[in-house]
Design a protein around this ligand. Structure first.
Ligand code: SAH
Length: 458
């Protein structure tokens, strides 16, 4: 559209009907063919929007008034929902969120993957979709009146002070509140991002859902942690569930939370958790799924789809700390896991030992290089499981899968668009997608995980 023909003007208000939701959670309205994205509105609603940004092909609006309300609308229980960027869907009731996620997967598989006529099952959701996150990483700053700790306001670095986050484990909320309080009393300064001054940058809390063990990580800009002994003493006294207090130093002017130096101030280096029967050691820096209850649902589904027998050789590509590998190893003859981050592979090996699982091998490297190399060495998998990051699988990996011809491929995905793209490649290479199961790992956000199973065509 050229500028003259754009039918809306900035700061003007229009009455619109909302049609759909984007994968970022904004509602879509059309004004004479021009697309407007409006957060916090819902399909089927009618309302007045104020145009706040006009681009060539689309613009953004703010919902000023609702004239007709969707029957699926919910009252967001979070007091800072309007300011915080963490959740996008609290205003949609949970059943409708699950339907929306199923629809998103279905639409994108059809549109991008040309995959139709297979079951895309109803999203597996949580019975209680609140308080599910086991890790809080909360920025700290000093303001008039003391320390603030909370979350960044959407699209800014302005910290909203916050007492609780309703998708966070209560134990983690407590850690943040208590540490903020102690640090305030000890007059430890919060980090000033602009000036790169001050001490305490982040409070990180980790929680073992099954073990109830808690870890506190204090990330500071300075090597020195003022009043260290007092701080430790009071954390121990006021938070008896804490098993581990860790100090991380991040001297850099950066958005990245952790720096390179980590020392245990008190207690254990690891806390533990279980997913199903498998025990995991979690250090300050370990990657670990943030919603372990739903991780169990997702990986049990992957295990079911893999239909393993005790003679099966399995490859787990993008294995992280070996969560899926160790699940699969309980049923398979042997599992090979590959992952690009060396520390994750250290954790995977530690976790295998911890669980006395011996029929696994873990390798550090790019899946798209290591698996072709394994293939050249004569390794043949009966089943390949992939769980790639958002950008999906590398083409070279998909090519090797097609060459190796495992009888089954199980694809765990956090991004339906790249899932669709990759399923198309595998289908063209001789596989057939049998079914897809969306799983809600992140209630009230737009994230959707799914697991798909493909079989080699006869
Ligand atoms: N299945 C894992 C998590 C997978 S997340 C678990 O549950 O623990 C995706 C993983 O892929 C991340 O750990 C990331 O480090 C890794 N990764 C990213 N690119 C990769 C590549 N090219 N080859 C191998 N691993 C990669």
């Amino acid at each position: 559209m050229n500028k003259q023909s754009i039918p809306v003007q900035k700061n003007q208000q229009y009455e619109v009907v909302f049609e759909d939701l984007t994968h970022e959670g904004a509602a879509v309205a059309k004004i004479n063919g021009y697309t407007l994205f409006v957060p916090k509105a819902l399909p089927g609603e009618r309302g007045i929007v104020k145009v706040i940004k006009v681009n060539k092909g689309y613009g953004f609006g703010r919902l000023m008034e609702r004239i007709e309300t969707s029957e699926h609308r919910a009252e967001p229980p979070c007091p800072v929902y309007q300011q915080c960027g963490g959740c996008q869907l609290q205003h949609l009731n949970y059943d409708a969120q699950l339907l929306q996620k199923q629809k998103m997967v279905k639409d994108v598989l059809e549109r991008i993957g040309k995959i139709t006529k297979i079951p895309i099952h109803p999203t597996l959701g949580m019975n209680d979709p609140w308080r599910y996150r086991n890790k809080a990483q909360v920025p700290v700053a000093t303001r008039e009146g003391g320390l603030v700790a909370g979350f960044y306001q959407e699209r800014t670095h302005h910290i909203i002070d916050m007492d609780e986050c309703l998708i966070q484990q209560e134990a983690n909320d407590r850690v943040v509140q208590v540490v903020k309080d102690i640090a305030n009393q000890l007059q430890i300064s919060g980090y000033d991002e602009k000036a790169h001054k001050g001490t305490l940058r982040h409070v990180v809390a980790r929680y073992g859902l099954v073990t109830k063990e808690v870890m506190v990580v204090l990330v500071t800009r300075t090597a020195e942690l003022p009043h260290k002994e007092q701080l430790i003493k009071q954390i121990k006294e006021r938070l008896p569930e804490v098993k581990s207090i860790v100090h991380n130093i991040n001297r850099k002017k950066t958005n990245v939370i952790f720096g390179d130096q980590t020392t245990v101030l008190w207690g254990e280096e690891y806390i533990y958790d279980f997913i199903g029967d498998i025990k995991f050691a979690i250090s300050a820096r370990s990657f670990y799924q943030v919603n372990p209850e739903q991780t169990k649902v997702l990986y049990n589904k992957a295990l079911e789809y893999a239909e393993l027998t005790s003679s099966d050789i399995v490859i787990d590509a993008y294995c992280g700390i070996g969560t899926i590998s160790l699940f699969l190893a309980q049923k398979a003859k042997h599992v090979y896991g590959v992952e690009i981050v060396p520390q994750a592979i250290d954790d995977a090996k530690r976790n295998a030992k911890l669980n006395h699982i011996n029929n696994v091998d873990f390798a550090v490297g790019e899946a798209e290089k290591v698996i072709p190399w394994w293939y050249a060495q004569g390794i043949r998998a009966d089943v390949i499981v992939v769980d790639p990051p958002r950008k999906g699988c590398d083409q070279a990996l998909l090519n090797t899968i097609i060459q190796m011809k495992p009888k089954r491929v199980v694809y765990v995905s956090c991004n339906p668009a790249t899932l669709a793209r990759d399923l198309r490649v595998l289908e063209d290479g001789g596989y057939q997608t049998k079914q897809v199961q969306p799983v809600d790992m992140f209630p009230h956000t737009m994230h959707v995980e799914s697991v798909a199973v493909l079989e080699l065509k006869k």
